[in-house]
Design a binder for this molecule. Structure first.
Ligand SMILES: Cc1cc2nc3c(=O)[nH]c(=O)nc-3n(C[C@H](O)[C@H](O)[C@H](O)COP(=O)(O)O)c2cc1C
Length: 298
């Protein structure tokens, strides 16, 4: 696949709704992902409110999770005509997910990883990618083993978020592991973890030689980061938008795509973090119930 920018928006539960993805695409993200969606839920119902992909979204990836091969195959077949790439979650560290044998727990079972990737590849003609961590804990770093298995089974791309499951979201992201995977694989590698600004994007690309950089938390506060990096590449300089300009752009899209208000409120909270007087503003936002009211307050 070809992408217009080397910087992608990470899949984030309760965050990457259609309006936010489109905002980041408009600002220049090369690829955006839905939040993780249960393949079992998709297989059983076909319709799922988390699968909110819009026709204008090109390119767009859906992220699936689960551990039932039959459900995974059915889920892929239900949605593959509406998306460009299918990503599979093998990195979620949350208790309720790993206790069910999904997300990062899958990395403890390389033979099953092989079966999942094989099932995904056989179920669709669309490209498949997986998103993985370093391993389960510091004593079981197996990111390279899993990456090699995925490549051999036909995955087209791999995202490496180099923290272990036991680190959760904390601690250092070991970018050396991204480099190790990149050095040993032929398919494109997406580096992810602790990228906070344009300098970090540059640094990750040069230190790890990864093909693409995926941004999560930094984009929730500053979705304009994609434009900043693209401008920096072209001109050596980049500007910025105020928090209120980004919120204005997001609210316009949230209205258009009738985004669930909990997501909208969440985004305004993220994008006002660090703004002077924002603690009081955020308290007022927590009492608001509609986009209309939110626009007036902002
Ligand atoms: C609120 C939140 C929700 C997330 N949900 C998902 C998810 O649904 N699927 C996934 O693969 N990763 C998820 N992640 C992890 C991110 O995709 C990313 O790997 C992580 O935040 C590291 O990138 P960063 O340091 O740029 O934030 C989530 C992260 C956050 C902060």
């Amino acid at each position: 696949m070809k992408f217009e920018s080397r910087v992608f928006l990470a899949p984030m539960a309760d965050v990457t709704d259609a309006a936010f993805r489109i905002l980041c695409s408009n600002y220049g993200a090369g690829l955006t992902y839905t939040e993780m969606i249960s393949s079992t839920a998709l297989a059983n119902s076909g319709k799922n409110k988390l699968f909110d992909v819009q026709e204008c979204e090109k390119p767009i990836a859906v992220q699936l999770m689960g551990n039932n091969l039959d459900h995974i195959s059915k889920a892929v077949k239900r949605i593959d005509d509406k998306i460009d790439l299918i990503d599979f979650n093998m990195g979620c560290p949350m208790k309720k997910i790993v206790n069910a044998g999904c997300g990062a727990a899958l990395m403890k079972n390389p033979i099953f990883v092989k079966k999942i990737v094989n099932t995904l590849v056989k179920s669709t003609k669309k490209p498949i990618s997986i998103k993985i961590r370093s391993g389960w804990d510091s004593k079981s770093i197996n990111v390279l083993e899993i990456a090699k298995i995925a490549e051999k089974e036909g995955a087209s791309m791999i995202t490496v978020h180099p923290k272990t499951q036991s680190q959760l979201r904390d601690g250092e992201a070991n970018w050396n592991l991204i480099k190790e995977v990149k050095d040993n694989l032929s398919i494109p590698v997406i580096g992810n973890g602790e990228v906070w600004n344009v300098q970090d994007i540059e640094k990750m690309l040069s230190e790890t030689n990864c093909d693409y950089v995926m941004i999560g938390r930094a984009a929730t506060k500053n979705p304009y980061i994609f434009k900043q990096y693209n401008d920096y590449l072209k001109t050596g300089k980049f500007g910025k938008l105020t928090n209120f300009e980004m919120i204005r752009d997001y609210l316009e899209l949230a209205e258009k795509y009738q985004t669930n208000f909990n997501y909208v409120r969440g985004h305004v909270m993220y994008m006002t973090k660090g703004v002077e007087g924002s603690a009081k503003l955020r308290k007022n936002i927590s009492e608001i119930r509609s986009i209309e009211e939110l626009k007036k307050l902002i």
